[in-house]
Design a binder for this molecule. Structure first.
Ligand code: ZN
Length: 168
């Protein structure tokens, strides 16, 4: 089972739980996620010419602080926001300990499993938020969805999300 297919299901489930139906924006996702987890999430644009920076996410005194690169297209900005919101949704950014340094390193080492998960999450959520999904599944699609839901990776993701939400 491809990880992208699993993440697409996770994205659909989390969005539905947050009360979001496509089409929606990263700003609407931010607001709904912030309400659900009980912490403010600030997203501020940052224009940096020519550097590799795309975004960052930190936990500071009970709030999540996201910065995102704002000199690209609107879709690119949405995708960067979803990558950072993915780190929060998937429980990568710890609110306890306030360890700025550990969190700041998040988006720099691109080969960690957390970065890969955030990338796949952002791809899936960008597509889902813009285009939604079929309301009526073919038999083959329903079978694929059932297999995804039965996979261990799928429940692992949902367990992590549930764990983060119960930690509030
Ligand atoms: Zn990242």
């Amino acid at each position: 089972m491809r990880q992208a297919a699993i993440m697409h299901e996770v994205v659909r489930e989390v969005s539905t739980e947050l009360g979001l139906r496509p089409p929606f924006t990263a700003e609407e996702y931010r607001r709904a996620l912030s309400l659900a987890i009980g912490h403010p999430i600030e997203m501020t644009p940052r224009s940096i010419s020519g550097r590799a920076f795309s975004g960052s996410c930190r936990a500071v005194q009970g709030a999540y602080i996201i910065q995102y690169r704002s000199d690209g297209s609107l879709i690119q900005q949405e995708r960067i926001k979803y990558h950072q919101l993915g780190h929060i949704t998937l429980g990568h950014v710890s609110m306890t300990g306030d360890d700025d340094r550990a969190v700041l390193s998040l988006c720099r080492a691109l080969m960690t499993s957390e970065e890969l998960d955030a990338e796949i999450f952002a791809d899936a959520l960008t597509r889902y938020a813009l285009l939604g999904h079929r309301e009526t599944l073919t038999e083959a699609q329903a079978g694929t969805r059932a297999r995804i839901r039965a996979s261990s990776a799928y429940s692992d993701y949902l367990d992590r999300i549930a764990g983060m939400r119960s930690a509030r």
